[in-house]
Design a protein around this ligand. Structure first.
Ligand code: ZN
Length: 218
C-alpha cells in the first residue's frame, strides 16, 4: 500500500477539517516515515526479493514501526502532538486514527510481516500477491474519498481543482513508483531515504492543495 494510505488523510480532512491536510498526509505515513529513518540506521531490516509480486520488499524485521503495539503507540503520540499544537480534540483524535489507519491498510496488503504483539507469528492478508486487485483497491479508495473531499470543498465555496490536482499527483506518483522499484542490490539507505523524500514531498503537495484564505474551516 502506497498512495492508498492517503485516502485516510483525505477522508479525515473531509470529516474533521480543522487539522491541515499536510498533517493528515504525514500522519497517514507516519509509520513508514519512521521505517524510512530506521532502515538506513540498521534498526529495522528489509531485503529485496525480486521474485515477490506487487512489492519486492521482504519486510522481515520492523517491530518499532509496524507491530500492532508500536502502531498504537505512534497513534497515541499523534494525538499528543496534535493537542500540543492546540488542535481541537476532534481533529486530534482524527489525526491519531489516521496514524493507525496505516497499520490497518498495511494489514490488507502486506504478506505476513506485521507483528501482533499479543500472539506469536505475524499478520498480513497478502493482497500484494494479487497486484491488480491491490492496485484497484488503492486507486478506488483514493477516488471515493477524493470525490467526497472535492464535494465538501465546493459546498464551502472552495474550488475543487486543488483536490483534483492533488489526486492526479498521487495517481501519477503511484504509476512512477510502480515502474521504478528499488534495484535488487539496493542498500538500506537507498531503500529508506527515497521513501522519506517522497513522503515529505507529498506532505508539501498536500500543504499546497490546502492553501488559501479559507484553509482552516470551522
Ligand atoms: Zn507501512
Amino acid at each position: 500500500m502506497f498512495v492508498g494510505h492517503y485516502a485516510a488523510a483525505i477522508a479525515a480532512k473531509t470529516a474533521a477539517p480543522r487539522a491541515p491536510l499536510w498533517s493528515y498526509a504525514l500522519a497517514c505515513q507516519a509509520l513508514d516515515l519512521g521505517w524510512g529513518a530506521l532502515v538506513p540506521l540498521g534498526v529495522e531490516k528489509v531485503r529485496i526479493d525480486p521474485g515477490l509480486q506487487g512489492s519486492t520488499l521482504d519486510l522481515y524485521f520492523m517491530p518499532f514501526t509496524h507491530s500492532l503495539p508500536a502502531a498504537l503507540i505512534w497513534s497515541a503520540a499523534g494525538v499528543g502532538l496534535a493537542r500540543a499544537a492546540r488542535l481541537p480534540w476532534s481533529a486530534s483524535l482524527m489525526l491519531g486514527a489516521v496514524v493507525f489507519s496505516h497499520w490497518g491498510l498495511d494489514l490488507l496488503v502486506h504478506r505476513p510481516d506485521l507483528e501482533l504483539g499479543f500472539a506469536p507469528g505475524k499478520a498480513g492478508l497478502g493482497l500484494w500477491n494479487l497486484p491488480v486487485v491491490e492496485m484497484t483497491l488503492e486507486i478506488g479508495l483514493l477516488a471515493v474519498t477524493g470525490a467526497l473531499w472535492a464535494a465538501r470543498r465546493t459546498r464551502h465555496a472552495r474550488s475543487a481543482w486543488p483536490a483534483a490536482a492533488f489526486l492526479a499527483f498521487l495517481v501519477a506518483l503511484q504509476i512512477v513508483v510502480q515502474f521504478v522499484g528499488p534495484a535488487p542490490s539496493a542498500t538500506p539507505l537507498e531503500i529508506g531515504l527515497p521513501a522519506l523524500v517522497v513522503y515529505l514531498i507529498v506532505g508539501f503537495m498536500a500543504w499546497l492543495a490546502d492553501r488559501g484564505p479559507k484553509a482552516v474551516e470551522a
